[in-house]
Design a binder for this molecule. Structure first.
Ligand SMILES: *Cc1c(COP(=O)(O)O)cnc(C)c1O
Length: 460
């Protein structure tokens, strides 16, 4: 691809534009009043108030022309749609798991799996739970524990696979399973809570061996499995010539099943699934599915959505696509670091995470510095981001060390160009220049579960 030889150049977009959507440009006054109306929670902004939306990479991808064409092949049959067969074949081929259960998004898949496996008093280890997996474990009476390697908690420490599991800590929970049962081990690929960092094949093999030895099933939170496989190809010895599909299968061969939000590496706006090896478990999951989501050949989705997912899952494994995708994240990180602002290193697969402790060292934890920084990025340039730290994860003591305090700039797939990313970097650096004057915020409304979505704040 053009300029792939120059690490400094912005990544070349491997597609051309067919449909455009205008970007709103709210004035400074409009942004200020939007912040007040939103209770200083960026989830309460409307899209008209946002210039560049890096709130999430979830369900915000641009679909390809082939995916849009796939929607027209929708066979909206209640039971036995041919779109389901195509989707099922695709996921079987990618994962090797025989039983494929569609769901409308990742947390619906988690609800099916965790409500079937997790009981009160259980412990569920994961490199780092994402907010929804953590909340579903708690909702079922279990205790989520994070067992990522020590490097995962140190924003400035470089490590090629910072998402890896600390095997000794995992073993300790497995050893204690007589007192505190472990119904499953989970590994999140890539580790969204800890900077979007990948897990190595070598580490997955070791985790799989420990879990198997203990007789505990291993599941993947596979939302970003293709990005994880791309990093394995780049960084793990012996993998440089292997395709993403091959690396993916090597990963899945080590597990008993997976939950997926196809709003990430499925390149769709809605969709997900659970995939498992165990036929008895699959039967149980399908009963739950019928109760909560719908018949097993559509799982809460229009059948055309299954068709678009089948196409998107394959596109997500294309090297040209992944080179650009991960290249965009690296480019944004480079631009921010070049201006002196601190980011979580190395850059991850789906976003740049600002290292809040180093960005705002004058703020105390109860100043909610991550939220304060996210507010300033919006105030400065209309850039919407999300705090991944004390607010998202601060309400569960005893689940392992707290994840680092970060602000995530998640990059939607195939949506923004290099000049948009340059604007984002300039916005971050403008805030960096006036960081000393940034004050903390306090929470004025604290919801019981998943607080970051609906909390309200005010400046201190
Ligand atoms: C997005 C996400 C989920 C939940 O998926 P939804 O589609 O948002 O319900 C679970 N785990 C991880 C790692 C995620 O990034």
């Amino acid at each position: 691809m053009p300029n792939s030889g120059s690490p400094e150049a912005p990544p070349f977009e491997p597609y051309k534009v067919k449909v455009v959507e205008a970007i709103p440009f709210p004035s400074r006054e409009e942004r200020e009043s939007a912040l007040h109306r939103a209770g200083f929670n960026l989830f309460n902004l409307t899209s008209d108030e946002v210039v560049i939306d890096l709130l999430t990479d979830s369900g915000t991808s641009a679909m390809s022309d082939r995916q849009w064409a796939a929607l027209m092949l929708g066979d909206e049959t209640y039971a036995g749609s041919r779109n389901f067969r195509h989707f099922e074949e695709t996921v079987r081929e990618i994962t090797g798991f025989p039983h494929i259960i569609p769901a409308h998004q990742g947390r619906a898949a988690e609800n099916l799996l965790f409500s079937s496996l997790v009981k009160p008093g259980d412990v569920v280890p994961n490199n780092m739970h994402f907010d929804t997996t953590r909340s579903h474990v708690i909702h079922n009476g279990g205790q989520p524990v994070n067992v990522a390697i020590a490097e995962a908690y140190d924003a400035q420490r470089e490590h090629p696979f910072k998402g890896n599991v600390d095997l000794a800590r995992l073993q300790a929970y497995l050893d204690a399973r007589v007192q505190a049962p472990v119904p499953l081990v989970m590994v999140t690929l890539t580790n969204n809570t800890g900077g979007g960092q990948p897990v190595s094949l070598e580490n997955l093999r070791a985790v799989s061996a420990l879990a198997r030895h203990a007789g505990v099933p291993l599941y993947f939170d596979m939302c970003r499995w293709a990005e994880n496989a791309y990093f394995i190809r780049l960084r793990e010895p012996g993998c440089a010539q292997r395709s993403i599909a091959e690396i993916g299968r090597a990963m899945f061969d080590l597990a008993d099943g997976a939950t997926m939000s196809a709003k990430k590496d499925g390149l769709v706006n809605i969709g997900g699934f659970v995939a498992v090896r165990d036929g008895n478990l699959a039967a149980k999951l399908k009963e739950q599915l019928i109760l909560f989501e719908g018949f097993p050949t559509y799982g809460g989705l229009a059948r055309r959505d299954l068709e678009a997912m089948a196409v998107g899952l394959r596109e997500a494994m294309e090297l040209k696509y992944l080179t650009h995708r991960v290249g965009q994240v690296a480019y944004l990180a480079r631009e921010i670091v070049a201006g002196g602002a601190p980011v979580f290193l190395p850059a991850g697969g789906h976003g740049v995470y600002l290292d809040v402790d180093r960005f705002l060292p004058h703020l105390a934890p109860d100043d909610l510095p991550g939220q304060a920084l996210a507010i300033e990025l919006y105030r400065e340039g209309g850039v919407r981001t999300v705090e991944i730290g004390a607010i998202m994860f601060g309400d569960a003591p005893g689940s392992g060390p707290a994840p680092p305090e970060l602000v995530r700039l998640a990059i939607p797939r195939r949506v923004y160009t290099a000049s948009h990313l340059k604007y984002v970097a300039d916005t971050v650096l403008a805030v960096w220049k006036r960081r000393a004057e940034i004050r903390g915020v306090r929470m004025t409304h604290r919801p019981e579960r998943l607080p970051h979505f609906t909390a309200r704040f005010e400046p201190k």
